[in-house]
Design a protein around this ligand. Structure first.
Ligand SMILES: [Zn+2]
Ligand SMILES: [Zn+2]
Length: 336
């Protein structure tokens, strides 16, 4: 299925994912992704309890998890959404393919939504803030649920033309967007094929499909969505930015650096999130540095130690001074 045909990439309208029936196509994708991956997680849990798993299942889970996690945090987030570094067509396709395999929506949808989050962080207009449903306990819980998963099912989505015009002009990005479902399918078929070939049985192929495919999508999607829900609610704040972003260092490794979210909101275009100490885990930043060493990434945006330190002493970090209503600026240069 061609996402572009259904979405109308060319008309750049606000309703770019509106299906013919009037039902929002992205909501259907979200429902299928959440439903099927949850079913996969239940099957995996049963297999675990029933002692049906071994090193092959765990290896496929870990390998495909971290590859696609880097695709999301290093690719969809830092590369496509924020232009934290430059790469050639090979990097664009690699990051686009790996990010798409995570089944979190096509790259234009992901980047436009995320840039809108930066333009209106924790104020009206933020697609997935947990802070806009009241301060009482029920409101806080509602907000958390909305920020984690509920926002996927709302009809008001970020306009690609407004928030990602630069990406819409790049042919290969639009091609990656159009082939989204093919990449999702490949992310399911590949672990099944590897599992089947290594284990030489249909059962091991099925286990590869479940562990390297469905369970991997389930875990990564919920960790990514935790950055929206948990990291705008609890954790530490290294920078007194004008939003409620927090660092959750405990999730550093598993979120490949995404949970150092207060650091990110203070320096949204930076390629590195590990600002405060060497124990902060930022695998996406390390991967970008590796690409730089290999000559595959250039213009990597780093901030000097003195710039990071001086920002910490400011009550309201200047990077956040233009947070509200800065959609045009945000759309044109990848966040801020
Ligand atoms: Zn945020
Ligand atoms: Zn961001």
């Amino acid at each position: 299925m061609n996402i572009s045909d259904a979405s109308g990439v060319k008309n750049h309208s606000k309703n770019q994912m509106q299906g013919a029936s009037g039902f929002h196509l992205m909501q259907v994708f979200a429902g299928l992704t959440v439903g099927i991956s949850t079913l996969g997680a239940v099957i995996a849990a049963y297999q675990l309890i029933d002692n049906q798993t071994g090193w092959l299942e765990w290896s496929l889970l870990a390998g495909f998890y971290f590859a696609t996690a880097i695709g999301i945090e290093g690719g969809f987030h830092r590369y496509f959404s924020h232009n934290a570094f430059k790469g050639g067509q090979g990097i664009t396709w690699l990051m686009g393919a790996l990010g798409s395999m995570a089944a979190q929506g096509p790259v234009l949808f992901w980047a436009a939504t995320h840039r809108k989050h930066h333009a209106f962080t924790d104020v009206d207009g933020d697609p997935h803030s947990p802070r806009l449903h009241g301060k009482h306990t029920t409101g806080r819980l509602k907000g958390m649920l909305h920020a984690h998963i509920g926002w996927l099912f709302t009809k008001d989505q970020a306009s690609w033309a407004q928030f990602a015009p630069d990406l819409l002009r790049k042919r290969e990005v639009v091609q990656i967007n159009q082939s989204y479902l093919s990449w999702v399918a490949l992310g399911l078929v590949l672990p099944a094929a590897i599992g089947g070939l290594v284990g030489m049985s249909w059962q091991s192929a099925f286990n590869g499909f479940v562990w390297g495919g469905l369970l991997r999508i389930f875990l990564l999607d919920h960790i990514t969505w935790s950055v929206n829900s948990l990291c705008h609610t609890i954790g530490t704040r290294a920078y007194q930015v004008k939003d409620n972003s927090h660092n959750l260092a405990l999730l550093g490794l598993i979120s490949v650096g995404g949970s150092l979210h207060n650091n990110h909101h203070a320096f949204p275009r930076g390629a590195r999130n590990d600002h405060q100490s060497t124990w902060q885990m930022d695998p996406s930043g390390w991967f970008i540095e590796l690409l730089g060493i290999l000559g595959l990434a250039t213009k990597i945006k780093r901030h000097s130690a003195s710039a990071l330190l001086s920002s910490r002493s400011q009550t309201n970090h200047p990077n956040l001074a233009t947070t509200q209503g800065n959609a045009t600026h945000s759309a044109s240069n990848g966040g801020k």
